[in-house]
Ligand binder design. Structure first.
Ligand SMILES: [Zn+2]
Length: 274
């Protein structure tokens, strides 16, 4: 009887242990599965319709601790790590290529910076507002793209300020004496020390670039893609200068963003400190 009871008891304990192990395994499976679902859902939520999107890896706040950035033109650049890239587009907005570029960036959930020309903004204010609405940084590139550094400083500043006010009026409905996003890029990178000093005194960060796409030279989208990829591989990232007015750039951008993803580059979105 004692043996039978022990035997029965022993069997029951084994059964309980086995059941407990099964329950634990089931619980682990549920946790792992729900975790996986959660991760996939988060990725899909981060970029609706494209769980394999390149995305934007981080946001970098840029202020007067780095008043001039871009090694092509200045001694220093942004504090980026290896294979981090900042996408910048100049000279727009322009109906056609800018729309196409915005569509591509949206599909990949990538945030970029647009340096607007005031005279283009007044012709396509809806596009400037779309850039802003879709989370991009919208910055400034003068009103009429003159060689500012070769002009009298006062005259140059008039063109710069006209650009600020044209852009901000389109973007926000009004302009004040200081641009809402205090980022500026000189047309053709033609600057002068006096203009750099004046912008610095107004707490405006001047962007150069680390890498040029040279998309001002006409070429096929395929040649453009190979050129920019080879330069980015060589530089390991940095501030890349593109032009959203160029069809060859708009055409190669989807393949370029796919290649960045495949090769492990990370997109950094630069924003002003507010
Ligand atoms: Zn330009």
């Amino acid at each position: 009887m004692v043996v039978r009871m022990a035997c029965t008891l022993g069997f029951s304990v084994w059964q309980i242990r086995r059941a407990a192990a099964l329950v634990a395994a089931l619980a682990l499976w549920i946790v792992l599965t729900s975790g996986g679902v959660k991760t996939a859902t988060a990725a899909a939520a981060n970029c609706p319709g494209n769980p394999d999107a390149l995305g934007t890896s981080r946001v970098l706040t840029v202020d007067m601790s780095t008043p001039r950035v871009g090694r092509k033109h200045f001694p220093t650049t942004l504090p980026l790590t290896d294979k981090e890239i900042v996408l910048t587009f100049d000279d727009g907005p322009l109906h056609g290529p800018t729309n196409r570029i915005l569509d591509t960036l949206k599909a990949e959930c990538v945030r970029a910076t647009f340096f607007l020309l005031g005279r283009m903004t007044v012709k396509a204010p809806d596009l400037a507002r779309r850039e802003l609405a879709e989370g991009h940084t919208v910055a400034h590139h003068s009103y009429s793209h003159p060689p500012l550094g070769e002009m009298k400083p006062d005259k140059a500043m008039i063109d710069i300020d006209l650009g600020f006010s044209a852009d901000d009026t389109a973007l926000y409905g009004k302009a004040s004496s200081a641009p809402r996003t205090p980022f500026f890029r000189f047309p053709g990178f033609v600057s002068s020390q006096v203009l750099l000093d004046r912008l610095e005194a107004r707490n405006i960060v001047v962007f150069g670039a680390d890498v040029w796409a040279s998309d001002w030279d006409p070429m096929t989208p395929s040649d453009q893609l190979h050129l920019v990829l080879s330069r980015i591989r060589h530089s390991h990232g940095g501030i890349l200068l593109l032009h959203d007015t160029k069809q060859q750039t708009a055409a190669m951008l989807p393949d370029f963003l796919r290649a960045l993803k495949a090769e492990g580059f990370k997109v950094v979105h630069v924003v002003p400190r507010h």
